[in-house]
Design a protein around this ligand. Sequence first.
Ligand SMILES: Cc1ncc(COP(=O)(O)O)c(C=O)c1O
Length: 423
Amino acid sequence: MSILEKIKESKKFENFLKTKTGDDIFTKAKLVNEILETEPYTGNEGLGMISMDKLKGEYEIKEKNGDIHPVIMLGSNSYLNLSTDERVVSSAKEALNKYGYGMGAVSNYAGITQLHSELEQRIATFYGTESAIVFPSGYGANIGIISALCSEGDVIINDSANHASIFDGCKLSGADIKVFPHSDMRALERILSKLPSEQCGRLIVTDGVFSMDGDIAKLDIITGLAKEYNCKVMVDDAHGLGIVGETGRGSAQYYNVMDKIDLHAGMLSKSPGGLGGYCAGSKEVIQYLKLYARTYFFSTALPASIAGGLNKAFELFETDTAGRKELWEKINYLKTKLTQTGFDIGHSQSAIIPVMIYDEEKLFPLHYELRKKGLYTNIVTYPAVRRKECRLRLCVMKDLTYSQIDRAVKILEETAKKYGIIN
Ligand SMILES: Cc1ncc(COP(=O)(O)O)c(C=O)c1O
């Protein structure tokens, strides 16, 4: 079977979670593994596995046949290169030497050090809230926050492009889930205006910067509607933290509504370069989450080395010395070049730039070819977005050089022309 036939076949993927009556629970695993055996999914071991010397900022990819070759990296969320920043790494090393490499207990038992408390305090200060909680996983943060605060009888209103972890938290909560089309504020208002009055617990939850589109939630309108319809607002600003807004305080700062957000959630794995998730809010709510967010209460605390590195990252954010302005120069440079070359890059307002392909049959071979030519991008299709809106996702990093960006655009241009994506 050809690559393209296999891809078409892989549309079964969409239903792979729905085992038919009589199917063994491992049937879906068999199907997925068969698909993974086909060319476009292989080439490198796993879709995104790379060998690299990150500390030197050099990225290499190992192809399935053993070939190792350098790539220009446009697929990392460490936008400010803080995961390898000397200042951050040395703070992490200091903590590693002092506390060892694992915490050995959940936060509420013996799992946290003063570095964890310091980090929570820094996050609260950063957002101007009373308190903050740090979860050992970003995905787990959204699940824990939402499922602890909402339950049956409440309603949670979601942007359709929200991250999977938000939807999973909503499902787990048992609350009624409403979804409006991406950034459609009229649709949001329609939903709000029809809510039965007995649904008194109301939460609007949204990504700040949307992870697959790079645009920013219209928080000015959302917070206005929330006030009118008596809803609480939670923002997951995983991709806005440290980058968006006048001093990098994220999407809410961009719209000047920081004090109108009830729950400032976010991830410590993207621009801060570490791991984990957080929520900043009122003292009362944060204290409640520390006892009732199950992904906090029942999960081992973040390693102290990560907390140590993150304290340094937040110190850099506080003083706006993490390289945000330099990153924006590179983002704007790349965006201009891509637009001039004729690419459809959607409405990006962040370090995430989608390059729309709209045709999955071209997407996989195109991505593969880019990689072989030395350009690493993220490949995005179902289940992250609808198949017909498939795309490449380019993530800009501060330490990219202008000549690397020029070269990346050249590779993209040449290859996209070959596939008829641009003229
Ligand atoms: C918007 C958003 N929220 C949550 C997460 C989960 O964060 P983490 O990867 O740190 O678990 C991600 C990352 O994939 C994300 O993009």
